[in-house]
Design a protein around this ligand. Structure first.
Ligand code: G6P
Length: 610
């Protein structure tokens, strides 16, 4: 996820662009850049780190130009560095581009362009666009953009400027946002409305594959063949804060709805056309993987539950013994690890102090260390032997949501990969799983679009005044139950117990009273019948059961008080879907109680102290 802003008008645009970037900083801030056309030449500026670093050198850029673009980056391909910061230019220095999203076939395109003599200066997927436009340009930037777009696969938005056409910005989108702002004698293009809300509320939303030609006097929207397209000008009545959240009332709710995209992005290039898993950068050769004797997963908080889910998959598919441990405990034990052990550190920030310490301990003991993280360039990436990136984009809500599902997905991909290499899983079976995995982003997206949130809100309203919750699950449903309970504790502050459903009768069942709400992860699985017995035990004590169940399981509805149906998938992949109603449940309980969900009390997004 990155932020784009472009301006064309009569005013000097440098400070307008910078202020726009500030409003987009929530989309990423590991590097930034700006490009302005002045006197028929590009002025270019790049910086690493957050926008303060760009601001510090802003005066190096001439401030008289009235057309330009700026970008704030959340790295996906290529670490945060000045070379990888946008805007990127072509070989001739006549075109500059900014991109948000992922160009899936960039390696093929890059190789093709290099064969033709194009010289690349960054590691990014985005740079191919500058060279594609350069190659295609025959006097019309619009046509060159259409040509480049036709060659590109993936989901992205990009905008281009050219020194030969100093009055126009040309942009196009595919499954990622692009909005145009219109005002008197000036126009804007951006990833999101807040970038220009201080200047105009008149907005046009182009659709996928439509080219926007943005000029001082307005915008032309065209299809790829140059045919005119009509799009209405809409008036935005959001305040700035709502606009930043894309129309959602909180970042957490927005991020819950971004989960299908987080999963789709994390899958990019990781499943080959023949259905096997491709993982680069693990720092583990097939020989090393075959010789592993153990895996230790270390993490904190929500990431720990992703690790727990990973254990079921690694053990089942790779037949490797796996331990999962909270990093703050692991680091002070005297764990038995050595060179035949793989330590997997899961951390969305890659900066959590205890997780980093646990990684160091494992390394000193001779273990290989793999970091599963959402943050390129983070400390974890520098200290690990290999890295598996999740691509959830920037998460602002303190209570993790989209980073969790992408971590679980990363653990599943790793388990399939290791499982196939070690012969625990046949290629056909891997193919079946990857086919199911590919379907999940769309299934989840349909689920969220079909009013799931409204239904969960309804149910949550009936239980929001409870003073206690219990969450139960079995097998790979257990980490889902644990995470559901953590969400309730974090944002609603209601004491919540989470337990393996079969173990509950050895203690926590004593907590249940008439009417106590119990959330049960009861999706289809090989332990479903066992779970049904556990639900009966709970109900016999007068508790009320709210079950997360697989779509079509009608008979369950007669046994429980509420059912939250979710789309079907294989039981091993189910955590990716089943956790979503629990996130929503915690969310609406907290909202109903008037809590500030994005900034829960006493918590921090990244804990860099032990
Ligand atoms: C904090 C956050 C949690 C997060 C945990 C681990 O406690 O509030 O949401 O799960 O840190 O963070 P990490 O960045 O290592 O995944």
């Amino acid at each position: 996820m990155c932020g784009i802003i472009g301006y064309v008008g009569d005013r000097p645009c440098r400070d307008i662009l910078f202020q726009g970037l500030r409003r987009l900083e929530y989309r990423g801030y590991d590097s930034a850049g700006m490009s302005i056309i002045t006197d028929g030449r590009f002025g270019l500026l790049h910086s690493v780190g957050n926008l303060d670093n760009l601001e510090a050198i802003l005066d190096d850029l001439d401030d008289t130009g009235t057309l330009g673009m700026a970008h704030t980056r959340w790295a996906t391909h290529g670490r945060p560095s000045t070379e990888n910061a946008h805007p990127h230019t072509d070989c001739s220095g006549r075109f500059a581009i900014v991109l948000n999203g992922i160009v899936e076939n960039y390696l093929t395109l890059r190789a093709e362009l290099q064969r033709e003599g194009h010289v690349f200066t960054s590691e990014t997927d985005a740079e191919v666009v500058a060279h594609l436009v350069e190659r295609a340009y025959k006097g019309s930037l619009r046509e060159a953009v259409a040509d480049a777009y036709r060659r590109m696969e993936g989901h992205f938005t990009f905008c281009t400027i050219a020194v030969d056409e100093p009055d126009v910005i040309v942009g196009i989108r595919k499954e990622t946002p692009l909005v145009v702002g219109l005002s008197d004698g000036e126009s804007f293009v951006a990833s999101a409305v807040p970038a220009f809300l201080a200047h105009t509320r008149s907005v046009v939303f182009p659709e996928d594959g439509e080219i926007v030609v943005v000029k001082r006097e307005g915008v032309e929207i065209l299809d790829l063949d140059g045919g005119a397209v009509e799009r209405p000008v809409q008036q935005i009545d959001w305040d700035e804060e709502t606009a930043e959240k894309g129309g959602f009332e909180t970042f957490m709710l927005k991020e819950i709805h971004e989960q299908p995209a987080a999963l789709a992005d994390t899958l990019v290039e990781r499943i080959s056309p023949d259905g096997t898993v491709v993982l680069d950068g693990l720092g583990l050769s097939p020989e090393v993987i075959r010789e592993l004797r153990r895996v230790v997963i270390v993490a904190c908080g929500t990431a720990y539950y992703a690790g727990l889910a990973g254990r079921y998959a690694l053990e089942r598919w790779a037949r490797l013994p796996v331990e999962v441990e909270v990093a703050s405990e692991f680091r002070y034990r005297d764990p038995v690890i050595g060179p035949d052990c793989l330590c997997v550190a899961v951390s969305q920030s890659g900066e959590t102090a205890d997780t980093l310490a646990a990684m160091r301990l494992a390394r000193q003991a001779g273990a290989r260390v793999l970091a599963v993280t959402n943050t390129l360039g983070s400390q974890a990436t520098r200290e690990a032997d290999g890295v598996l990136f999740t691509r959830a984009g920037l998460e602002i809500g303190v209570a993790a949501t989209k980073t969790l599902v992408s971590q679980i997905l990363a653990m599943l991909l790793l388990s399939l990969y290791v499982g196939e290499l070690r012969g625990g899983l046949g290629t056909d079976r891997v193919r079946e799983y990857t086919e199911e995995l590919r379907r999940i982003p769309a299934q989840l997206s349909d689920y969220l679009e079909d009013g799931a949130a409204a239904h969960v809100e309804d149910v949550a309203a009936r239980y929001a005044s409870s003073s206690f919750f219990m969450c139960l699950g079995r097998d790979i449903g257990l980490p889902v139950a644990l995470e559901g309970a953590l969400k309730l504790k974090e944002i609603s502050y209601i004491p919540t117990e989470a337990y393996p459903a079969g173990e509950m009768k050895h203690g926590p069942i004593a907590l249940l009273e008439d009417g106590s709400p119990v959330l049960v992860v009861a999706t289809d699985s090989h332990v479903y019948d066992k779970l049904v017995s556990n639900m009966q035990e709970v109900r016999a004590r007068g508790a009320r059961v709210i079950a997360v169940a697989s779509e079509g399981n009608e008979s369950l509805a007669e046994m429980v008080d509420e059912v939250l149906y979710v789309p079907r998938t294989d039981e091993m992949l189910m955590p990716l879907i089943a956790v979503v109603p629990l996130q929503l449940f915690a969310y609406y309980v907290a909202k109903r109680r008037g809590e500030k969900v994005d900034q829960p009390r006493n918590l921090a997004k990244t804990v860099t102290v032990e």
